[in-house]
Design a protein around this ligand. Sequence first.
Ligand SMILES: O=C(O)CCC(=O)C(=O)O
Length: 262
Amino acid sequence: MTSSYPISEEQIRFYEENGYIQFLNVLSAEELAQVRSALDEIVREQGDLHEMSTSEVEYRKIFVQTVNVWRTHAGLRDYVFSPKLAEIARCLTRAHKIRLWHDHALVKMPGDSKASAWHQDIPYWPMQEDGSLSCWMALDDVFEANGCMAFVPGSHTFGRLEPINLVNPQDLFHLLPEEKAASISLLPVFQPMPAGSCTFHDGRTFHYAGPNTTDKPRRAVITIYMPDDVHFNGKPHVVTNDLNLAEGELLAGERFPVLAEQ
Ligand SMILES: O=C(O)CCC(=O)C(=O)O
C-alpha cells in the first residue's frame, strides 16, 4: 500500500472540533481484497464458540477480537504499517511522528451479536497523555443494521471518564457530570460507508456500534496510533503487561514502531 490519501486543513479542523472524521474509499479494490483475505484467515484460526467459556461466548456476541495481529500475520502487517493511513493519523494529530499503539480485528458475527456499548477508548489504555486515535476500517459495507460506528460529535472535550464494563455496560452518558451533559448536543451521528472506507476517532470520543442483524459478518480492522510523546501511566494492559515498563516511561521502541514522520 503505497499511494497517499491527502487530507485538507478543513478536514483536520473538523476532526479537532468533533473528535472523529470519515474518509471514503481509502483502500483500492486490491488493497481491500488483501486485508479481507488476511482477516478471514485470522478468524478461521479463532476456533469454535462451543469450546469457549460462557464469558468468552458473551464477549464474542459483541465481537470477535484479536489484538496485535500485525505481529503474527504478514498480510495484516502490510496493512497496519501502511504509510497512507499512518500519515492521515499524523496530520489529524498535527504530530511530527506517529507510532503504532496496537491493532485489532473486530468481526461482528451475524444473528446473535449484541451492540458494542457506548464507550471511550482512552480509559482502557495505559497512557498519561491524550491524543491517541483509532482508524476503524470497514472491510464490508457498513450501515446501522450491521453495526456501523456512531459518534457523539464534540464528546472528546469531556476528557476521560471511568472505563465501563463492555460485557455488562453501565450507561456512559450517566457518568457524565450534569454541566458537561448540558454543554453539547448528545445526539449520535451514524457512519454508514462502503467497504474500504474508514473513520478516525480520538480516544476520548464517545462511540458505539449496534448489533449485526444481517446474515453476514461485519468485518473491521482497527489500527490505533499515538503521537510520539505518550508516556506509560502504570496501569495494566494486554499490550504492555510483558514489557516491564516503569511508570512515566515513553511508549517507544520496536513494539510501538514509528509509522509516519514529518
Ligand atoms: O467495531 C465495533 O463494534 C466497536 C469498535 C470500537 O469500539 C473501537 O474501535 O473502539
